[in-house]
Design a protein around this ligand. Structure first.
Ligand code: NDP
Ligand SMILES: O=CC(=O)O
Length: 323
């Protein structure tokens, strides 16, 4: 009998067909209050699940006694309690690398649109305000040849550094827990302590995973260390930043502007002050959201699922203690 899997995210038909060659699929295009109890009932005898964003913790695993693999269709896996999965002998996988270039494009878009105030000026033009030569008060700041500080020089951080260095002549400085020799050799990136990076950067770009160590890693103290002309970019997770401190830093002019793809609450609440700030560009967590890349991510997640249920090691296994 084929293993039973639940796919709880909308994916391309080709991905479903690939899984369906080897597994019996229960498919939800998304989970909501209307179908969650049905999802839980299907989970009781499911061998594998694939999707993104769903919090998978002890409580949920209690209801999945047959589960062998959890496949995140995302590179971030802060929604998974990996320790609880490992203790139960359940494999966990994510989708690294296939999205690096696309997320880096989004980050460059945030850098450019924030520095050059593109969304603000787009709105200004479309609402009929362009009646004479542009006044100086609408000018932005340069991106090229500035200093870009990347906190989290991993797969995506390196793809951002490549664009910024070769495309825009930017000086790249970075902070990780460990040295990234490849980035130093490829883009002339220089390692800085976090405090020195914050003080020297014109653009501070946060690209770490969300972990207990990175939660609120950028807060009041860190914003105070940035230049008052600094532009802060966050495309990691909302909770890596103390959002109240960010709002305060923007309101008091401690930093110039921010470009954001991620927030503490997603979707962002309509009364969040960030939504009323002209110097903030807000995207709805679209880092990897292109047709091609979302397809590649879903196909990688599906490959992990199928390969693991055939008894082989999935290509991007997170908890290698489990075979
Ligand atoms: N907005 C969006 O749509 C997307 C957001 N993301 C987010 O981006 C994150 C990064 O993805 P990716 O580049 O693939 O991941 P990688 O694992 O390739 O890179 C993460 C980097 O963060 C560094 N890092 C980890 N912990 C710390 C720490 N405590 N202090 C300083 N640096 C740290 C790591 O270096 P070291 O280990 O040496 O510390 C590494 O260089 C994802 O986890 C996800 O949350 C990803 C894709 C899309
Ligand atoms: O946020 C997206 C991811 O892949 O992680």
């Amino acid at each position: 009998m084929n293993p039973k899997v639940i796919v709880y995210k909308k994916v391309d038909k080709k991905v479903l067909d690939f899984i369906g060659e080897n597994c019996e699929i229960v498919y939800f295009e998304g989970l909501d209050s209307g179908n969650y109890s049905q999802f839980l009932s299907e989970l009781r005898d499911a061998d594998g699940i694939m999707g993104s964003g769903l919090k998978i913790d002890q409580d949920l695993l209690e209801q999945a006694p047959n589960l062998k693999i959890v496949c995140n269709a995302s590179v971030g896996y802060d929604n998974l309690d990996v320790q609880a999965l490992t203790e139960r002998g359940i494999m966990a996988t994510n989708t690294p690398k296939v999205l690096n270039e696309t997320v880096a494009d989004t980050v460059m878009g945030l850098i450019l649109s924030t520095a050059r105030r593109m969304p603000e000026l787009d709105h200004w033009v479309k609402s009929g305000h362009w009646k004479s030569n542009l006044e100086e008060k609408w000018f932005g700041v340069d991106v090229h040849h500035k200093v870009l500080g990347i906190i989290g020089m991993g797969g995506i951080g390196s793809a951002v550094a490549k664009r910024a260095h070769f495309g825009f002549g930017m000086d790249i400085i970075y902070h990780n827990r460990s040295i990234n020799i490849e980035a130093e050799q490829a883009f002339g990136a220089t390692y800085y302590s976090i405090d020195d990076l914050l003080a020297k950067s014109d653009f501070v770009c946060l690209m770490t995973p969300l972990t207990p160590q990175t939660e609120k890693m950028i807060g009041k103290r860190e914003f105070a260390r940035m230049k008052d002309t600094a532009i802060f970019i966050n495309s990691s997770r909302g909770k890596t930043v103390d959002e109240e401190a960010l709002i305060d830093a923007l309101q008091t002019g401690e930093i110039l502007a921010a470009g954001l793809d991620v927030y503490v609450d997603e979707p962002i609440k309509l009364d969040n002050p960030l939504l009323n700030m002209k110097n903030v560009v807000t995207l709805p967590h679209i880092g990897s959201a292109t047709y091609e890349t979302r397809f590649d991510m879903a196909m990688l997640a599906a490959t992990n699922l199928v390969v693991a249920l055939q008894g082989e090691a999935p290509p991007t296994l997170l908890n290698s203690v489990v075979k």
